[in-house]
Write a protein that binds this ligand. Structure first.
Ligand code: FCB
Length: 456
């Protein structure tokens, strides 16, 4: 099974999950510092204070990437390193870290893919309302421009936001992520302002000469329980209607405005019933609909729903009245997430049909399992099987006509898995947090061979 010649193979990480060094070189506080230091928010009381200490070990980590023959590395930039309070003057020492990282990557012939926002909002902006405040979108565009001004001569591939659904609905809706607010109206407002920030930033990147701009979404096919193992199953009317609504809230809420310049009626309806639509101003959709080249797709598992008459909306899903979130009949990872590889091909084919003008890239895919180090090795057969199964589906989607440019595994390293802390390991490289020793797992060696032969 051979992939297209120019198919991009790589791995992804995010700043707060790996960097540590939270008080160094003038970095300001982020909402994840505040949130993780608040007891009860993160398993084990874990924080990103040290994480993988990547801030000090980036050279070795790039060396590891080179050994694994990665062609691309997707990382994120910590806004509070660049603007400690989220606005105003630029902190040159913060920018210098990414400057050195980019040079190191280029010297190793690894293409840098920079994500501007992977959830570590400067706390100073949260104190002014965070993403519920329209002004944050404009601050984001200024920050994006400052980063592009410095790195744009060497970084051609940019992502504005990582998973705005998660940032808005887990951050401001059910409060499972920073800043931990629980308010459906705030979540819907935040989603809109994130989109506005995306559009404004994309325009600045474009006028600065960026080669490729993408928006990264967490997307899943939304299936009824019967469809999980039988793609041909035809759901009843009520089940089909709730599946369509959840697909709209999860994926179309972001991609329709960004790619088509329109909001689905279901999103406007959810907003109308939760705080109103007054935050959506005339002209906003035009600003959000800035030309982009790629949609980045982060896929882990399908979303499984059925009709549940009389149920109230889930806190993360304003507009999900009458929806029962169901479990899939499938094996699960250590996160409890169902393993449904062909969910990925179903999703990619659908996205390529719904958004034919943009290319696609799998910007995250991977799994947490209970890894054990034995004699300096990690035999993570389950992760190899997970990745192998999903890559076969990626290939299948390409055969079916999806314009798919590459695949980035989540994650290069075990890291700070948000509310789950360090107990969930997604890396293809094992990290011993006491010694910061890195050990490539069997999956890393397997992935290196996949890359070398450009196929399975
Ligand atoms: C995604 C996040 C990423 C990582 C994976 C497991 O939602 O973008 O940071 O935590 O899930």
């Amino acid at each position: 099974m051979i992939f297209p010649e120019d198919f991009v193979w790589g791995a992804a990480t995010a700043s707060y999950q790996i960097e540590g060094a939270v008080k160094e070189d003038g970095r300001g506080q982020s909402i994840w510092d505040t949130f993780s230091h608040t007891p009860g928010n993160v398993a084990g009381g874990d924080t990103g204070d040290v994480a993988c200490d990547h801030y000090h070990r980036y050279r070795d980590d790039v060396g590891l990437m080179r050994e694994l023959r990665l062609a691309a590395y997707r990382f994120s930039i910590a806004w509070p390193r660049i603007q400690p309070d989220g606005a105003g003057s630029i902190n040159p020492r913060g920018l210098a870290f990414y400057d050195k990282l980019v040079d190191e990557l280029l010297a190793a012939e690894i293409s840098p893919y920079a994500t501007l926002y992977h959830w570590d909002l400067p706390q100073g902006l949260e104190d002014l309302g965070g993403w519920t405040n329209r002004d944050t979108a404009y601050r984001f565009a200024d920050y994006a421009q400052a980063v592009h001004d410095k790195l744009g001569d060497r970084v051609g591939d940019w992502a504005t936001l990582n998973e705005p659904w998660v940032a808005a609905f887990l951050g401001y809706g059910n409060g499972v992520h920073a800043p931990g607010r629980r308010d459906p109206a705030a979540a819907l407002r935040s989603a809109h302002h994130l989109l506005l920030g995306h559009g404004l930033a994309a325009r600045r990147l474009r006028s600065g000469g960026a080669r490729s701009i993408m928006l990264v979404v967490n997307s899943s096919p939304v299936l009824t329980p019967a469809q999980v193992n039988d793609p041909a199953a035809v759901p009843g009317e009520a089940d089909a209607a709730v599946a369509h609504r959840i697909h709209t809230l999860l994926t179309r809420q972001f991609l329709d405005p960004a790619v088509h310049g329109t909001y689905p009626a279901e999103v406007l309806d959810a907003a109308a019933r939760n705080g109103g639509t007054g935050h959506i101003l005339d002209g906003d959709l035009g600003l959000i609909n800035a030309p982009i080249d790629l949609v980045g797709v982060n896929y882990y598992n399908p979303c499984v729903v059925e009709s549940g008459p009389g149920l109230p909306a889930d806190a993360a899903w304003p507009g999900s009245e009458d929806v029962r979130f169901a479990t899939a009949d499938a094996p699960t990872t250590a996160m409890g997430w169902p393993i449904v590889p062909d969910g990925l091909s179903r999703l990619l084919v659908r996205l390529s049909q719904d958004y034919p003008r943009v290319g696609l890239m799998v910007t995250e895919n991977g799994a947490a399992f209970e890894d054990v180090v034995e004699d300096g090795q990690v035999h993570d057969d389950q992760r190899v099987a997970y990745l192998d199964g999903h890559l076969r589906e990626v290939h299948q989607a390409i055969e079916a006509g999806a314009d798919l440019r590459g695949y980035l595994v989540w994650s290069l390293l075990d890291n700070f898995e948000w509310g789950e802390g360090y107990r969930r390991r997604f890396g293809i490289v094992h990290v011993d947090y006491a010694t910061q020793t890195r050990v490539p797992k069997d999956s890393a060696l397997w992935y290196r061979d996949v890359i070398s032969r450009n196929g399975l």
